[in-house]
Design a protein around this ligand. Structure first.
Ligand code: CU
Length: 93
């Protein structure tokens, strides 16, 4: 029974790109050497996370290059291996 329910759940999983969400935030710290960024972020619905300040991994450190601390940004986040990965991020100027 459990296996059947799991199979049904997997069949209903939307494609990965549909699991991303644009979130608003502000840059607190940049760590390109470790491909990480610390952001104060608004609530993230897809993972039911309240607003907070936390570090995210970025898919590619190059996305951090145009950013500086204090920038207001919007970013697209995706949950992968129970870690939140920033796919894209752009400053709102
Ligand atoms: Cu968070």
């Amino acid at each position: 029974m459990n296996e059947l329910m799991l199979a049904a759940a997997l069949a209903c999983t939307p494609p990965a790109w549909a699991d991303t969400e644009w979130v608003r935030g502000e840059v607190v710290k940049l760590d390109p050497e470790r491909s990480r960024i610390t952001l104060t972020h608004a609530p993230i619905k897809i993972v039911k996370m309240a607003a907070m300040t936390m570090a995210f991994k970025v898919k590619d450190a190059a996305v951090l290059a145009p950013l500086k601390v204090g920038d207001k940004v919007r970013f697209e986040v995706l949950e992968q291996d129970s870690e939140l990965i920033v796919q894209r991020i752009e400053a709102q100027r």
